[in-house]
Design a binder for this molecule. Structure first.
Ligand code: MOS
Length: 723
């Protein structure tokens, strides 16, 4: 149990986030956002804004900042002000810079925009008629896939031949990341080098995007970001304020700070897509799946920049079935863009699939755990590589015992005015990692520094660097100083896709091994304390000739301040041998009030098979955060849009997220099977799997309590009203 190394800095306010930087001569930028959902900007009258007090720059599509769309490993990223097209309400269309924040904001209100409005499609329902096939997924899989048993002509035939069939349509609401830290940036140029302080999920990625956007060399950009106030996928791409601040700082020759207001975050950044998913499950009388069809639609921006891959995220991976068909379509809308959000694909996808499995269990009069055990898969469908390590059955068993699942009845129970029900769901999230390079420095004072350009957006990665660094160097973790969030450090992957521990951790082990070799060579070199002696390394010391010398002392003896080495690691051969995923079982108890119909989640338990757990305390924090978001998705969150494309609840008054009173004690348990086939550290990542399955477990519990099957989230009181 290790407390986070950055916790004291955060709770005392010492941690400086992007917008906390204030520089001499700094000026302030405020974004102007569109007030129509679709059309062209015919004119922008900036006369009043330009002559307002303190204003030093007003930028618009008619007087733009020099920016172009950068392409990076996550594709092309949109930059503001480059044309006069409006594709959604709340799109950045102008930037006003003034001596103070208030002056910039006031002047922004004086900008007069003349639009040529065009018809806008702002509801998924209205857009269904224009749904298109999604482009291929990241791994190149086509949007439509079918796997049929020999002799089976079509998935419909397989369904028709199934003794028990469940068919239903499920939908999930759009969401905003709602990270505590709004997207912001402070940008300053010195001798042609840009330094940007702006929340991100990988500083070298942000530096690359800014370099591309500004048409300069990546070496001319330094992205600095040791602290990030939440990201969840929403700070993967560089934000509009960061592009604008960087370009305006160059144009004006002064540092520029720009931050979105909370309301602006809801439209000027990307969020989670809405989804509609049709499921059909066919099984034999014993519950063995014969056919599974998962057809998904998701909303996307008009530029079709992101697909929420619900079918691809679930259908091939969760269960063994003899016949499978999946499809993914997109519905382009005049709404703010969509992007990665904690468990993209799996989070909304698992709501649909795991609700449908519950419906199948009801149809079969079978325990829902038993149904899942009967359809356990040993490999993803269509991929002949077995899971490296899978203990989902143990997650069910451990969870059922701990949760008291045996007490569940098919129709819940009554406790006074409360209808009490239990539900469960499977969780799955693929294990991935990215290439990463880490530098370790041994210092003459006996400490070590581990640095890499990745970030810790609240995940606990900083502490993980200390722990794996200490373990690899065989010294206590408090002698290891971790450093993250600076593109000047070796390129260290991203805090995305639940990959950071596996990516950076593996590189640390390689760097440490190299560094120990170098240290031993240094120790036994001519004139050194172990000249000509056979040496080894243990507990931070060079050992040989019956003597032992701490590395700090040795460095001092040879007159060195430090010794450093880098290590790099990337996914490789293992990908041709196994499939890799984390697994879990989510359990939930709800209480539905007989008269008011309010739903209270009274107990939550998640049991996870996620490889080695490096830091139990931070791991529980990560998993609990994910599970709480699952409650939020099930019962609270819904970014609603008016017909004109304006968010109806785009602030923290109207956009519901749970508070402490909504959340019970959360119980998270880990099985601990290190997955060293995936990476040398044995950790598979825990950032995302916590959210997966929770919404289904809640909906399934609501059904158990009330007999009402709600096939959309969030579930509201209205859904549970009875005559
Ligand atoms: Mo995330 S959705 O892993 O950036």
């Amino acid at each position: 149990m290790t407390s986070r190394v950055d916790a004291p800095l955060k709770v005392t306010g010492e941690a400086r986030y992007g917008a906390d930087h204030t520089l001499p001569g700094m000026v302030y930028g405020y974004l102007v956002l569109s007030t129509i959902a679709h059309g062209r900007i015919e004119a922008m009258d900036v006369t009043a804004a330009k002559s307002a007090p303190g204003v030093i720059g007003v930028y618009s599509p008619f007087d733009p900042l020099a920016l172009r769309r950068p392409t990076s490993l996550i594709g092309e990223t949109w930059v503001p002000l480059q044309d006069n097209e409006v594709a959604y309400y709340g799109q950045p269309i102008g930037f006003v810079v003034a001596e103070t924040f208030e002056q910039a904001r006031d002047a922004a209100m004086l900008v007069e925009v003349t639009y040529h409005a065009l018809p806008a499609v702002t509801s998924l329902q209205d857009g269904l008629a224009t749904a298109e096939d999604a482009p291929p997924t990241f791994d190149g899989s086509p949007s439509t896939q079918e796997f049929l048993a020999p002799g089976v002509e079509s998935i419909d035939d397989a369904l028709a031949a199934s003794p028990v069939v469940v068919e239903a349509t499920y939908s999930t609401a759009p969401q905003n990341h709602a990270a505590m830290e709004p997207h912001s940036a402070v940008a300053v140029w010195n001798d042609g080098v840009l330094t940007v302080h702006s929340g991100n999920q990988g500083s070298n990625l942000q530096a690359a995007e800014l370099a591309g956007a500004l048409e300069i060399d990546p070496e001319q950009v330094r992205a600095v970001n040791p602290f990030v106030g939440g990201a969840f996928g929403g700070k993967g791409r560089t934000s509009a304020p960061a592009f604008l601040a960087a370009a305006a700082a160059r144009a004006l020759g002064r540092p520029v700070k720009a931050a979105l207001t909370r309301e602006q975050v809801f439209t000027a950044t990307a969020g989670r897509a809405a989804t509609v998913q049709k499921l059909a499950l066919g099984a034999d009388e014993q519950g063995t799946l014969i056919a599974l069809r998962h057809d998904s639609l998701c909303s996307t921006a008009m530029d079709r920049s992101f697909v929420e891959p619900t079918s691809h995220g679930t259908a091939r991976e969760y269960y063994a079935t003899q016949n499978l068909a999946l499809s993914q379509k997109i519905v382009p809308l005049n709404l703010p863009p969509t992007t990665f959000m904690r468990a993209p694909g799996e989070a909304p996808g698992s709501f649909a699939l795991e609700s449908a499995m519950d419906e199948l269990a009801v149809a079969l009069r079978m325990d829902p755990i038993e149904l899942r055990l009967r359809n356990n898969s040993t490999a993803p469908i269509g991929k002949n590589l077995q899971w490296s390590s899978k203990h989902l059955d143990e997650c069910f068993r451990v969870g059922a015992a701990r949760f008291g699942w045996a007490q569940r009845t098919p129709h819940g129970r009554v406790d006074g005015d409360w209808l009490v029900g239990m539900g469960m769901a499977s969780a799955l999230f693929p294990a991935l990692r990215f290439p990463a390079t880490v530098e370790i420095v041994l210092r003459a004072d006996g400490t070590a520094v581990v640095s890499t350009s990745g970030t810790d957006p609240g995940t606990g990665l900083l502490t993980v660097l200390s722990l794996i660094g200490g373990e690899s160097l065989d010294i206590p973790p408090d002698r290891v100083t971790p450093r993250l969030g600076d593109s000047a450090y070796p390129s260290g992957g991203m805090s995305a896709g639940s990959t950071a521990t596996a990516s950076a951790g593996t590189a640390i082990m390689i760097a440490a091994a190299q560094l120990i070799d170098d240290l031993l060579a240094l120790a036994s070199a001519p004139g050194a304390p172990f000249d000509g002696v056979e040496v080894s390394y243990a507990e931070g010391c060079v050992v040989g000739d019956g003597r032992s010398m701490p590395f700090g002392e040795l460095l001092r003896a040879v007159d060195r301040e430090s010794l450093s080495a880098t290590g790099s690691s990337a996914p490789g051969e293992e990908l041709t041998k196994h499939s890799f995923s984390s697994f879990g079982a989510q359990f939930c108890e709800v209480r539905v009030h007989r008269w008011t119909r309010e739903v209270r989640v009274s107990r939550l338990l998640g049991v996870f098979d996620a490889g080695r757990i490096i830091n139990e305390k931070a791991a529980r924090g990560q998993i609990s955060g994910g599970m709480i978001w699952g409650v939020s998705a099930a019962l609270h969150e819904n970014l609603e849009f008016e017909a004109n494309g304006r968010p109806a609840n785009g602030d923290f008054a109207g956009y519901l997220i749970p508070v402490n009173a909504d959340i019970p004690e959360i119980d998270a348990e880990f099985l601990r099977y290190p997955d060293t086939l995936h990476n040398a550290v044995g950790a598979r990542g825990i950032g995302e799997i916590g959210i997966v399955g929770v919404a289904a477990a809640i909906a399934n519990a609501v059904y158990n309590a009330t007999g009402i099957r709600v096939r959309h989230i969030p579930i509201t009181i209205e859904d549970l009203l009875v005559d």
